[in-house]
Design a protein around this ligand. Sequence first.
Ligand code: ASP
Length: 356
Amino acid sequence: MKRILLFTVFSLLLCSSCKKEPATSETVENVSSLTETSKENGFAIVIHGGAGTIKKENMTSEQEVAYRTKLQEALDAGYKVLEEGGSSLDAVQKSVNIMEDSPLFNAGKGAVFNSAGKNELDASIMDGKTLNSGAIAGVKQIKNPINAARIVMDSTRHVMMAGKGAEDFAKLNGIEFEDDNYFHTEKRYNQLLKAQEREKVVLDHSALIIDTKELIDDHKYGTVGAVAIDKEGNIAAATSTGGMTNKKYGRVGDSPIIGAGTYANNKTCGVSATGTGEYFIRTLATHEASSLMQYKNLSLKESLDNVMRQIGDLGGSGGLIALDKNGNVAWSFNSAGMYRGYKKSSGENVVKFYEE
Ligand code: ASP
């Protein structure tokens, strides 16, 4: 009798566990609704296409349309990666690729010329979850420098590779190369000639001030960058550039330097910089922004403004874009304008050029 009772209880238990079948899928639904909940924190992407003398009075409506269209394309592409559940790393790489392929920006195809008439490219990418990073500096003919930076991050024990070694490594890893003609855009070449001419004029009068703020503002910006947070809450940042017009051959700017041009940390924020690189290196601008949040409890916007004040005080100019671990987006710049935009899962979509 006892046995029968035990058997009945056991069967009942078994049956009730059988009935859990639909409950399991409910659990799965719950899991996905949990993901939905974390989605409520949102996914987002913010990008820049460089800062400088970007003023309404200097832009034709065709130029405005061209920049707006390309920035929106870059935002949409990165956003799509995030929307489909892709990583923030893939999203920032995708957005940067689109700007690198456009002659409008100083990265990849539209890269500026150095003083030797060559395009020397720098780029870096960082994963805020692991703090893994990859960077390449002073490379030539790489179509999408950010892809080479990603390969350095994913397939080596190193963070940064430079020059010929980086190029050889990129080639071995199937990174696309283009010849010099691909990078030769009339606009950038004329900027080089103008900068060299002006530098000569300035030098003729005074050897002291080659890098006047005006010269910098006029001719030396256009770097691209992206920062994203994905559905998992992981932050990534990426920056790619041709550097500064008429830079001395071999000069490396802030863009490939982790903590200067690019930084991402899930604990705080992701940041990408553009501007007179030397000042962003000296202030370790993007890491400084993260530290101000982490150790001084400043908001994202306060941190960026603080860093840009430091840069301004030293005589540098440019800007920062960023987003924090809660998906808040912010930017700060002390130049006349900055090509920039963001797109959030909340539905916000913004593209701007000029001062607020
Ligand atoms: N920061 C870049 C560099 O100094 C230039 C730029 O942002 O346009 O190389």
